[in-house]
Design a protein around this ligand. Structure first.
Ligand SMILES: [Zn+2]
Length: 398
């Protein structure tokens, strides 16, 4: 089934959606292929902003089965930095909201339970529609429902286990086709003094850093505090705290409650977002990413002319968008390395570029194209002796 084109805002239902970024046709980002010449179906990647609430959203809504079918291979536990982040995150939540946790924790989008396991001593439930990761969570002894989360799932959980003291939804709202339904579900589950902790990639960082590769079909919504707050308020959820973090190229962590409560940190972030109300915040993105494409192609051709071997570092979903939009294939990048075992031996969709275990690649690379640029510091430090091309926010050689 082909994608449905969105005609109304996922957050507020308004029908005026202004397109500002068109990345052409791209494959499903993490549908890594089994063979180099396997043809991946492609779908448009167009990004629009709601004229009313300023929620930025992908216009194409690719069917859930297509997105999260057999090719889905993201397991939180496989990423050491993410796993460490989860441990710190859980410790912070328990330190701050330990008494609420004892009344029940629900994690929406629990993946393989890498975060939820830290709440295993509490009444904890995970929900995730991705069967593979959810099965891995169940194998860890965690209580997991395999289904998409929304108001219907929330009622089901509430009827069976009661209201929750804490609802966690980290990097979930970006992936849902109906933001409003998920927020309604969170509100329905939450005890009146409970908190919902929601983390999303932060739209202003995407715009400022030209991080167009964060756009892929699984990533349907891009939030500012203001747009998230407007969507939440429609369901009686109030922002009681907010902070910015550096996860995934820039993230926003928001605490929601059922009553209004002032937060200086949230006020400051809100005030810093006024520029997002102007079309000028969005209109230059297309030209900037096209210049990135030209510059990156020039750099890679210069490497080839000089007889230097180029490898890619990391095969995150965003690599698929970057490589496809920039028309980079095996001629420019011989292979990429990634520590995730499930990706190794497969190929980046639309490119034929093989994904290898870093341990298999002993030297032989003169220049790395850094595709997992959000881990630049750690990766460059741990892999001395080669040059690096960093593509975002503008291609440079280190
Ligand atoms: Zn809207």
């Amino acid at each position: 089934m082909g994608p449905v084109k969105r005609t109304s805002c996922s957050g507020c239902g308004h029908i005026e959606l202004d397109t500002f970024l068109d990345l052409g046709l791209s494959p499903i980002a993490d549908a890594y292929t089994a063979a180099p010449d396997e043809v991946s179906p492609t779908y448009p990647l167009e990004v629009a902003v709601c004229a009313k609430c300023r929620l930025v959203q992908l216009l194409e809504v690719v069917a859930h089965e297509t997105l999260f079918g057999t090719g889905y291979s993201f397991y939180s536990s496989a990423s050491a930095p993410l796993s460490a982040y989860h441990a710190d995150y859980a410790a912070a939540v328990l330190a701050r909201h330990g008494s609420l946790a004892r009344r029940g924790v629900v994690e929406v989008g629990c993946n393989d339970g890498d975060l939820l396991r830290h709440f295993a001593n509490h009444p904890a439930v995970g929900v995730d529609p991705a069967a593979g990761p959810a099965a891995a969570a169940a194998e860890r002894g965690l209580d997991v429902l395999v289904r998409p989360f929304g108001l219907a799932a929330a009622h089901d959980i509430r009827d069976r286990r009661g209201l929750a003291g804490i609802v966690i939804a980290n990097h979930v709202l970006a992936h849902v086709s109906d933001v409003s339904d998920v927020l309604a579900g969170i509100r329905a589950l939450l005890a009146s003094d409970g908190v919902a902790m929601v983390e999303v990639q932060y739209l202003p960082d995407l715009l400022v850093n030209n991080a167009f590769d964060l756009v892929y079909h699984e990533h349907r919504n891009f939030f500012s505090l203001s747009s998230l707050e407007q969507a939440a308020l429609r369901h009686g959820l109030f922002v009681i705290d907010a902070q910015l973090t550096d996860r995934q190229g820039g993230s926003l962590r928001v605490t929601l409650g059922t009553t209004s409560s002032p937060s200086v940190r949230a006020d400051e972030i809100r005030a810093s977002e006024r520029w997002l109300n102007s079309w000028g915040a969005y209109e230059g993105m297309q030209g900037r990413v096209e210049r990135i494409r030209t510059r990156l192609q020039d750099l890679l051709w210069a490497e080839a002319d000089a007889g230097r071997a180029v490898g890619g570092y990391g095969a995150p979903a965003k690599a698929t968008t970057l490589l496809n939009f920039c028309a980079i294939d095996r001629d420019e990048v011989r292979f990429v390395v990634d520590t995730t075992a499930a990706k190794q031996g497969r190929y980046i969709p639309g490119t034929g570029i093989p994904i290898l275990n870093p341990a298999e690649v002993a030297g032989g690379v003169d220049t790395w194209l850094l595709l997992a640029w959000n881990y630049q510091r750690q990766i460059v430090r741990n892999n001395p002796g080669a040059d690096w091309i960093v593509p975002i926010p503008a291609p440079v050689i280190l």
